[in-house]
Structures are given as structure tokens and as C-alpha cells.
Design a protein around this ligand. Structure first.
Ligand code: SF4
Ligand code: SF4
Length: 456
């Protein structure tokens, strides 16, 4: 808890993370740039004229993978959110904070863009520390202002890229989006800038809820970054080893490379700490030291408490079984529902306060509101012509205005169903209203009230 101890006295220790190279940093680089390409690229991709993924909040629509979801499709959104939550639980129980280390936007932007920019302008760890010792000097101002200017550019780009999942990026990036959209973009750009320029690892330590509850999702079989105490301790520098030749030392030469590269500002050798984001920088650092010093193996690695205490690695455990089963059920439910999903969403509701009426020509009339949502095609496509027909009511006729629904829009119209009095034989008759367009056909159930006693 080194960071927390440093910070509870009200004074923040700035973290000057040193540069490190290694296999986990390569993985980080690849995963980071793939995720950033996803963030920037996906809002520009369209399938069948619809965005690959966009939350149209004013239009209350979600476009995903070529389909359009409306509020009537809330079940799909709920299933997706549950899938995301249990997916995170499942992977956390197996691989610990792998999300934090390799996929969290905070980590990705900081490690792949902001720190490289910082190093480019202010130099590596030693130079940055020296620069901050000359606080408010001309050189300090010049380098800090240059860094902040670049962070601001990145913050604006990041916030516009995020907003591309809510607003058409062709409008956003050309200044043609709404003022509201730019107000939101400005707010997030400021928040990102503040994070890049100052807040940084404190976000993980104090604001991120996932960091708080991930301890409850892991067990002694979960993968974590750990210091191999049995191999490494008692640690000792070369000097200490020379000074105490009779003492038994462990393999750790106390070079502190693992500490200087840590972006969370902690010493992993103090044991498991909530601040650790499992980024593997200390693992790469110690692997480098182990290679140079011919140590039999690195003293820090991705491992589990069970493996460290010589117990067998178990993939199947109560929590992985529970999370895995829930995930499987969610996937099956989602696929089944998607398989039976229609491009037309239809609801039929009786006009409130009405049951039936008898027209002058003796026909019995029931009136309804029919709402048709067209989830087929893009927003600027041709409207669909809707036809309706009653099935299951002998002699029924439908009285409705012409119905046309533009893609991604809904239309609500009054619809009357008339049935000859001599064709009805019970007080309430169930029927199906078939709603057709040239691309889909949907049936919704309804009931027809006859008031039979009064009629006969
Ligand atoms: S990098 Fe390895 S050898 Fe150096 S202090 Fe850390 S654990 Fe010890
Ligand atoms: S202790 Fe190691 S894995 Fe944890 S945040 Fe620091 S460098 Fe990353």
C-alpha cells in the first residue's frame, strides 16, 4: 500500500515510471493499438447503410452489427450488458486484472500515447525528475506547456472518437454536429486532459469501481502479478552481499528496476496491492535483470497463489463454473432471440376506455392503436408501405389510414376492426393482426369484444 501511505499525508508522490522493454510490453502495444483502431475506426463503418455500432440517444436507437434496436428490444440490451458483466467476472476469476493492464482505455492511452509523448519532450525518468526539481524555470515551463498542448490534442481526439459511438463522426469531425454534442465532447476532453496531465494512476486508486470489487472476483487460483518471495528473499544488493558473506541471500539483488518502471508507483515486492493494474512492466523489468544477471528465473511473474504454494492449477472451480454457465445461458438466449427477431416491431393496444360499438350498418367495431417500428434499412432510406389483415375473425374488415414508416422510425395509427354481428358467437374472440411489408411479416395477437348478450 505504498502509494496510499504516500498520499494519505496529503502530499502526492509523482510517479516517474521508467521505460521498459519486454514481451508483455509488446503484447500491451499490440492490444493497445488494436483497441485504439477499434475506437477510432468502428464509428465510420456501416453495414447495409447502418452504423456498425452506434447509440442514437435522441432517436432512442441502438445500431449494432447491421441491426437496429429500439426501446422495444430492451431485452437484447439487458442480455448484452449481463454478458459484458459476467464476461468481466469470468475473465477476472481466471486472469485477475488483465482488463486493467491491457484493455482499459485509461491504461492504453497513458501507456501508448501520453507517456511516449512525455518521454519525447521531457526525457526518460532521470531527466523528468531533474526537470521537476527546476520547477517554474524557463525550461520547465517550455517543456510542460509543450507536453500539455499535446495532451490537449490527444484529449480532444479521444473524446471525439468516443462520441463517434453516439453521433455521426462525419458531422462530429467536420464541425457540423449539434452544439450539445460539442458541449459533451468539451466536457470529456477536459476530463481526459486533467487525467493525462495530472490525475493518472489516482483514477485507478480512488475512482475506478472495478478496482474496488475485483478482490471479490478472484481466488487463490486467479492469475496475478506476484513476487516470488521464496526464491527472492532475503534480498540484498551486491554491496550488502559482499559485506555479509556468511548470510544467506535470496536471488533479488534489490536493483529496484521493478519499482522504477511501475506506473502505479508501488513496490510489488511488498505483496499484493490493490493499486497493481497487472500491466506486467515489473515482470519485463525483472526478466531483463534475470537475463543479464544469469538468474535461474525472473523473480516476478504472472502466477497464482496456488501455483506459488506448489498446488495444482485448476481451471474448473465453483466460481468459473458459475460464471461460465451463466455466460453460456446468456449466449444461447441471445442467439435464440436474435434468430426469431423481426425487422418490424409491432404493438396493438385497444384505445383506452373503449370496448365495442355497433355501427349504423349493424357491424360491430373495435378500435385500437397500432404502432409499427421499421428497423429495416438506413435512416435516409425509402419508407416502407405497411399492409394489415385480420386472421381468425370471420368476415372482418380493417379500417386504417395508409401507413408508411421510414427506416428506423415508428408510426402510431388508429385502426378499427369491423365484424358482421351475425358472424360472432362469443363475448370475446381472439384474433391475429398480420402486418406486412415487402421485407417482413409479423403477427400480433388481439381480442375482439362483441358485447354478445346485448347484440343477440
Ligand atoms: S527487478 Fe527483480 S531483481 Fe531487481 S529489485 Fe525487482 S525483483 Fe529484485
Ligand atoms: S506492480 Fe508491476 S504489474 Fe503492478 S502496476 Fe506496478 S508494474 Fe504493473
Amino acid at each position: 500500500m505504498a502509494v496510499l501511505e504516500q498520499q494519505t499525508d496529503g502530499h502526492r508522490e509523482w510517479v516517474y515510471a521508467a521505460r521498459v522493454k519486454g514481451r508483455f510490453q509488446k503484447i500491451h502495444r499490440w492490444s493497445g493499438w488494436i483497441l485504439m483502431a477499434f475506437l477510432v475506426g468502428v464509428p465510420w463503418i456501416h453495414i447495409h447503410g447502418r452504423p456498425l455500432l452506434r447509440f442514437d440517444l435522441p432517436g432512442r436507437r441502438l445500431y449494432a452489427l447491421g441491426a437496429t434496436f429500439t426501446p422495444q428490444d430492451a431485452i437484447y440490451i439487458v442480455l448484452l450488458l449481463l454478458f459484458a458483466a459476467f464476461g468481466l467476472f469470468f475473465f477476472t476469476s481466471l486472469y485477475g486484472r488483465i482488463w486493467c493492464g491491457y484493455a482499459c482505455p485509461q491504461t492504453v492511452f497513458l501507456e501508448e500515447i501520453i507517456r511516449p509523448l512525455e518521454r519525447w519532450i521531457q526525457g526518460d525518468r532521470g531527466r523528468r525528475m531533474a526537470l521537476d526539481r527546476k520547477k517554474f524555470s524557463g525550461e520547465w515551463w517550455a517543456k510542460k506547456l509543450a507536453s500539455w498542448a499535446l495532451y490537449a490534442v490527444v484529449a480532444v481526439a479521444v473524446s471525439l472518437a468516443f462520441l463517434g459511438f453516439f453521433e455521426d463522426p462525419r458531422l462530429l469531425w467536420t464541425g457540423r454536429a449539434s452544439r450539445g454534442a460539442y458541449a459533451v465532447a468539451a466536457f470529456f476532453a477536459f476530463a481526459w486532459f486533467w487525467d493525462f496531465a495530472w490525475f493518472r494512476e489516482q483514477f485507478c486508486n480512488y475512482l475506478c469501481p472495478y478496482a474496488r470489487f475485483q478482490g471479490a472476483l478472484t481466488d487463490d487460483q486467479s492469475l496475478n502479478v506476484m513476487y516470488r518471495v521464496r526464491l527472492a528473499e532475503p534480498r540484498g544488493t551486491k554491496k550488502e552481499r559482499k559485506a555479509h558473506p556468511d548470510q544467506d541471500f535470496g536471488l533479488c539483488i534489490d536493483c529496484k528496476k521493478c519499482v522504477t518502471v511501475c506506473p502505479a508507483g508501488i513496490d510489488i515486492r511488498d505483496g499484493f496491492q490493490l493499486e497493481c493494474i497487472a500491466c506486467g512492466r515489473c515482470v519485463d523489468a525483472c526478466e531483463g535483470v534475470a537475463a543479464r544477471m544469469n538468474l535461474p528465473e525472473p523473480l516476478i511473474g504472472y502466477t497464482s497463489l496456488a501455483a506459488e504454494s506448489g498446488r495444482k492449477k485448476r481451471f474448473l472451480r465453483p466460481r468459473t463454473l458459475v460464471y461460465g454457465t451463466i455466460l453460456s445461458v446468456l449466449v444461447v438466449a441471445f442467439v435464440a432471440l436474435m434468430g426469431s427477431r423481426h425487422d418490424l416491431a409491432v404493438t396493438l393496444n385497444r384505445v383506452p376506455g373503449t370496448l365495442y360499438q355497433v355501427d349504423d350498418d349493424g357491424m360491430i367495431r373495435n378500435t385500437y392503436f397500432l404502432e409499427v417500428t421499421n428497423n429495416h434499412g438506413a435512416g435516409d432510406g425509402e419508407p416502407a408501405t405497411v399492409e394489415v389483415e385480420v386472421v381468425g375473425l370471420d368476415g372482418a374488415e380493417v379500417v386504417a389510414p395508409p401507413i408508411e414508416v421510414a427506416p428506423t422510425r415508428s408510426v402510431k395509427v388508429p385502426v378499427a376492426i369491423r365484424v358482421p354481428a351475425d358472424a360472432v358467437h362469443s363475448r370475446t374472440i381472439p384474433f391475429e393482426l398480420e402486418v406486412r411489408t415487402d421485407f417482413d411479416r409479423v403477427s400480433v395477437p388481439g381480442t375482439f369484444k362483441t358485447g354478445l348478450e346485448e347484440v343477440n
